[in-house]
Design a protein around this ligand. Structure first.
Ligand code: ADP
Ligand code: MG
Length: 381
């Protein structure tokens, strides 16, 4: 990617670029906990977005996307991001940096990458973080990693129109080789956990579906959690979110909130506990316990939180039945996207064959498989 990016930059803009990289991310466990200020356990992966950048002594910023094979120009004094366009992430980051007082000048910028878009690996967060890293490097702004993640999140909110949490850009910024990040979504701070998968590997199975329910269901789940918190605050003084309630209080919670809210609250409360247990299990190399927590997480997301779908349930349940699979669950917001699987490395080919055959028979399409390695975060190369 690197030499090719530099070469393309040279032929488009007749200059040698500074190159920045930011990775996509997976989430090992901790789904639908972020908006209740709970815990998540993501990691950066070994592919991402590459940006070539150089000053051009003009007022104009000239952009080119290799994947879209498109160019785009804008002036730093007249930024008007267009929702849905890839250039929005560049304009959004520039607008936010300028609003914060950073002085930018015209630049040429080339985007390349190898993250499958829309498969739940967060290509958009990687793009924004790569842009922030590139601009910070080019103009020697020294923007801290955490601020780049916060600007990237804000760019998604304000310019892409996606109300996402901090996890994706944070992980793209802070990822580290062979490590997962135990991230506290209340304090936006993390602890690195070394991950040794021994004779096992992580592989994603992409269901290649995205059901239209996703957005409305997401908002409904958020509201259900907030409603539970409002009711519970009268009985648990001082709680701010469901994250503040220990699992040992579940029986009490059940007696206080309506039946239709309880499974939703239960998911968030138990998932926060699973994240902490999973981080502990990995830190002591207990892969069997970690795998079981993945399975429990899927069960909770599917049956209690009700954000799975037939395709994800099929892939997770099929994988869980195999004796060379330690754990499997849906990853991401739900209603489509990937499952994440912990599979014995020597059995990866059998894993793919068995899942593909079953999936094709039932859903008349084949899943894609994406092997992932826990890797470094954003950097200038
Ligand atoms: P994801 O779940 O992968 O983040 P999104 O829909 O949030 O999916 O973001 C995808 C968008 O991010 C694309 O439509 C495009 O605008 C931008 N994007 C992602 N990867 C690239 C790339 N390699 N080059 C240009 N734009 C990209
Ligand atoms: Mg995205």
């Amino acid at each position: 990617m690197n030499p090719q990016l530099a070469q393309t930059f040279q032929s488009l803009f007749s200059a040698t670029p500074l190159i920045a990289f930011a990775p996509g991310r997976i989430n090992l466990i901790g789904e639908h906990t972020d908006y209740q200020e709970g815990f998540v356990f993501p990691a950066a992966v070994d592919f991402g977005i590459y940006i070539g950048i150089q000053k051009n002594s003009q007022k104009l910023c000239r952009l080119y996307s290799m994947d879209f094979d498109q160019e785009y120009s804008f002036e730093l004094d007249y930024i008007s991001p267009k929702k849905g366009h890839w250039a929005t992430y560049v304009m959004g980051m520039c607008a936010l940096l300028q609003q914060s007082g950073y002085k930018l000048e015209g630049f040429d910028l080339l985007i390349g990458g190898n993250i499958p878009v829309g498969s739940g690996l967060s290509s958009s967060a990687a793009l924004s973080v790569a842009i922030g890293t590139a601009i910070s490097g080019l103009f020697e702004l020294g923007i801290p990693k955490k601020n780049i993640a916060l600007y990237a999140q804000k760019a998604e909110h304000l310019f892409a129109g996606v109300n996402c949490g901090i996890m994706d850009p944070y992980t793209s910024s802070f990822g580290a080789e062979g490590k997962a990040l135990l991230l506290d979504c209340r304090t936006n701070t993390h602890q690195e956990v070394s991950v040794d998968l021994q004779e096992f590997s992580l592989i994603l199975a992409n269901s290649k579906v995205k059901h239209s329910l996703a957005d409305s269901a997401y908002n409904k789940r958020r509201e259900a959690c907030e409603e539970s918190v409002r009711i519970l605050q009268a009985h648990f003084p001082g709680i701010k979110t469901l994250r503040d309630i220990p699992e040992s209080d579940l029986v009490k919670v059940e007696s206080l909130i309506p039946n239709y809210l309880f499974p939703k609250a239960k998911h968030v409360i138990t998932e926060c506990k699973r994240v902490l247990e999973a981080a502990h299990a990995l830190s002591i190399g207990d892969l069997a316990t970690f795998g079981k927590l993945l399975n429990d997480s899927h069960q909770s997301l599917s049956k209690d939180y009700e954000v799975s779908c037939a395709e994800l349930d099929f892939l997770a349940e099929k994988a869980q039945c195999l004796d060379f699979v330690l754990g499997s669950r849906m990853m991401g917001g739900g209603f489509g996207g990937c499952t994440i699987n912990l599979v014995k490395t020597s059995e990866l080919e059998s894993f793919k064959t068995i899942l593909s055959e079953g999936y094709e028979k039932t859903f008349q399409k084949s899943p894609d498989f994406i092997p992932v390695k826990l890797s470094r975060g954003a950097a200038l190369l």
